[in-house]
Design a protein around this ligand. Structure first.
Ligand SMILES: Nc1ncnc2c1ncn2[C@@H]1O[C@H](COP(=O)(O)OP(=O)(O)OP(=O)(O)O)[C@@H](O)[C@H]1O
Ligand SMILES: [Mg+2]
Length: 259
């Protein structure tokens, strides 16, 4: 369980995250969506213990983020992949787990590479992989660490829409099979809705939560969900919140028109 209480992160005069309260239950798939610069990465880094909050606190499984991280309870997939260029795919997957002092499990690393669709690429170095394949290795690495909490920062950010949708279905499948708690950051509204049990919408300057949606779409989710009416309606509801002009209440909820 992740408990975020009154977290503010300020950089000089930028309030990247302001007074965020959020609890993520065990086994939940939570997405965070918002425009560029609204503090999504900063919030995720705070949960992962990579960024100290200016105010407030984060507890992971009842302990400090440092304690949880030292115990390899948190896996992180960064916005830009951080694979080691001189190691093969399978060595990259295995590396973090071995660094964390857990028993090596090369067979498990190979199995995860197969599950993310990279059978046959076990020995390939990152330079020989496409952007999407590198992100798949990074996802496999985070799962292989064995952490029950996975923090994912726009892991599909550089991928085309078709690959994103396909990986979205896969990541939900992995999440169910491996019983993880996931916080997934994205600026894509359809992706945030498709993946979520619960979707948190942020706005920028200051970065804060403006709305939380429970996403009630069929489970397990298949790519058919993308064309359902329920999905389109949920996407529209999230978009409406993102496009609301909160600085001018009289225009709230109005439709954007091409000038
Ligand atoms: N280390 C830092 N020092 C100073 N300002 C920072 C730092 N990290 C983030 N910021 C600022 O905090 C705000 C939020 O940044 P953040 O990276 O969290 O946004 P984001 O929502 O992840 O954006 P994107 O979707 O583009 O990745 C931005 O205004 C950014 O300039
Ligand atoms: Mg970011």
């Amino acid at each position: 369980m992740i408990e975020i209480d009154g977290v503010t992160v300020a950089f000089d005069d930028v309030r990247a995250v302001e007074d965020v309260d959020l609890t993520v239950d065990d086994g939940e798939f939570l997405t965070v969506v918002g425009p560029s610069g609204c503090g999504k990465t900063t919030l995720l880094r705070t949960v992962g213990g990579l960024q100290e909050p200016t105010a407030g606190r984060v507890r992971v499984n009842g302990r400090t983020t440092d304690a949880a991280r030292a115990n390899a309870e948190i896996g992180y997939v960064f916005q830009q992949h951080t694979l080691l260029p001189w190691k093969s795919a399978v060595e990259n997957v295995a590396f973090l787990r071995e660094m964390a002092g857990k028993p090596a499990d090369r067979e498990g690393a190979r199995r995860l590479l197969r599950e993310v669709g990279l059978e046959g690429f076990e020995s390939a170095r990152p330079a020989a992989l496409s952007g999407g394949m590198k992100q798949r290795v990074a996802i496999a690495r985070a799962i292989h660490l064995g952490a029950e909490i996975l923090l994912m920062d726009e892991p599909f950010g550089e991928l085309d829409e078709i690959t994103r949708e396909r990986l979205g279905v896969e990541i939900r499948g992995l999440w169910r099979a491996e019983r993880k708690t996931v916080v997934f950051v994205t600026h894509s509204v359809p992706e945030a809705v498709f993946l979520a049990d619960r979707c948190v919408v942020m706005e920028s300057d200051p970065g804060r939560i403006v709305e939380t949606f429970d996403v009630d779409l069929p489970r397990p989710r298949t790519d058919e969900a993308y064309s359902s009416d329920a999905f389109q309606e949920q996407v529209a509801a999230v978009r409406a919140v993102l496009h609301e002009d909160r600085s001018n209440p009289s225009t709230a909820g109005t439709t954007l028109t091409e000038p």
